[in-house]
Design a protein around this ligand. Structure first.
Ligand code: ATP
Ligand code: MG
Length: 439
């Protein structure tokens, strides 16, 4: 992509309405624009990151054996009246009427709809287990939308629903999602800690929130310090095997959000120098809720003995759009965003220091072509701008690598390769730089 033709409206000034760093940086980098309170448009740079995060979420859901569907944003109120949640959900639900006066709503979540899809198709234990998910916009009319995409009213969520014959089966599905979540967040460069949590209006009794430690988080959390070092990507995971030992390893140490926190247990179980009491961002939440929806909605399956029983369900959410902000909260510096490679909008920023210099521009154009041919995602700053402005913009948008080409270096046969993460710079030949970036 050529920056000269790219729609990336960066800002020098810090927008007054933005209280936290991810919100400020997303606005300044031209990633999003507010459409109305808690509702955002995604501009090209932000949209690329959103899609990368979505894709990692999708790959890990698929790997765990879930199947992707797409349910609508607008739902009929009828099913919600059947489950009893139409009244229970309260003012967070956006309620609308169609031209015939029928009650409709913009889905804040999809338990009812997925249960209806399931009950209309599945009758027997032979068709279990199933895990169905979608990645779809949700609307919750939050009292206080704030912090940009972190607490929006309209936001993108991955929500998965599992269907099993009994508790034992449901726990296996829960374990799969538990491990899939660990892998999903780790692949984005995030250390998410699974914490015992309350279940809220969705209900149920087995529940973990996946939390990233960050001072700007809205949750108060208590956990054992060793979680910060835990690694899941190194371990080969076989989703067909019993995952209980993995889940046990990740749940045996104390980790709870404030609603579940027990100060005495915390002090007993965690040595003083290992106690972490901080704030955190909830990026995912998994629940087992048994027959809470299958009972009222009569989603029944026949057991091998021929008895009809309500199916055991769980639901598993990830805040896809919130994650864009959460990654920035976890990874930035004074100059701007520092994208972990797997979610970076482009891998390389190519900076032409002097577009008026024919030799320099020729070298840049060739480099741009070679990088693209090698499948490297590159944003080429070919604008007629001062080098200072180019460096600032490139640091602000936080691409992992900056390749800087200027007439002075070229005369000596070198270019500069800068790693955004630690600002480490290296002068090397253009060929070596290309080999490094395409290798
Ligand atoms: P919170 O406690 O932050 O209000 P929640 O517990 O109501 O969230 P869930 O129903 O568990 O949310 O939704 C699943 C995931 O969707 C959450 O873990 C979070 O990452 C994301 N999410 C929830 N509400 C919002 C929101 N208003 N804006 C952006 N993401 C959200
Ligand atoms: Mg939650």
């Amino acid at each position: 992509m050529r920056l000269s033709g790219y729609f990336m409206p960066t800002m020098k000034e810090t927008p007054a309405e933005a209280e936290i760093v991810s919100h400020r940086l997303m606005l300044r980098a031209g990633m999003i624009r507010q459409a109305s309170a808690g509702i955002y448009s995604w501009l090209p740079l932000g949209f690329r990151v959103l899609k990368k995060i979505e894709q990692i979420v999708r790959e890990e859901q698929d790997r765990a054996g879930a199947q992707e569907v797409l349910m609508p944003t607008i739902q009929s109120a009828d099913l919600w009246k059947e489950s009893g949640r139409y009244d229970a959900y309260g003012p967070e639900m956006l309620r609308i009427q169609d031209r015939h006066g029928r009650d409709m709503l913009y889905g804040p979540t999809n338990e009812e709809l997925i249960t209806e899809i399931f009950r209309s198709a599945v009758r027997s234990y032979r068709d279990l287990p199933r895990m169905l998910y979608h990645i779809q916009w949700k609307f919750r009319d939050e009292v206080r939308p704030r912090f940009g995409v972190m607490r929006g009213r309209e936001f993108l969520m991955k929500d998965n629903y599992s269907f099993d014959l009994d508790y034992a089966g449901a726990k296996r599905s829960y374990n799969k999602m538990f491990v899939a979540y660990l892998r999903t967040f780790a692949r984005m460069g995030l250390q998410a800690i699974p914490m015992e949590a309350e279940t809220g209006p969705i209900g149920g009794d087995l529940s973990h929130e996946f939390i990233i430690l960050a001072d700007t988080g809205e949750s108060e959390v208590f956990c054992h310090r060793d979680f910060v070092e835990f690694d899941v990507l190194g371990a080969g995971i076989d989703y067909q095997s019993d995952l209980e030992p993995v889940v046990e390893a990740w749940t045996k140490l104390y980790a709870r959000t404030d609603d579940k926190h027990d100060p005495a247990a915390f002090e007993n179980q965690v040595p003083e120098d290992k106690r972490v009491h901080r704030r955190g961002i909830e990026v995912g939440h998994i629940f087992y809720f048994g027959t809470k929806y299958s009972d009222p909605l009569k989603a029944l399956v026949a057991t091998p003995e021929g008895e009809a029983v309500a199916v055991h369900m769980g639901s598993y959410g990830i805040g896809v759009s919130r994650l864009v902000g959460a990654v920035i909260e976890a990874s930035h510096d004074e100059a701007g965003i520092v994208w972990p490679e797997p979610v970076a909008p482009f891998r390389v920023g190519l900076i032409n220091l002097k577009t008026a210099d024919a030799a320099c521009t020729k070298a840049c154009e060739e480099t741009y072509a070679k990088l693209r041919d090698a499948g490297v995602e590159v944003l080429y700053d070919d604008r007629d701008e001062r080098p200072g402005a180019k460096f600032n913009d490139m640091d602000l948008i936080g691409l992992p690598w900056q390749l800087v080409i200027g007439p002075r270096g070229l005369a000596k046969g070198v270019v500069e390769l800068k790693r955004r993460r630690d600002a480490e710079r290296e002068e090397l030949s253009l060929d070596s730089a290309l080999a490094r970036l395409t290798g």
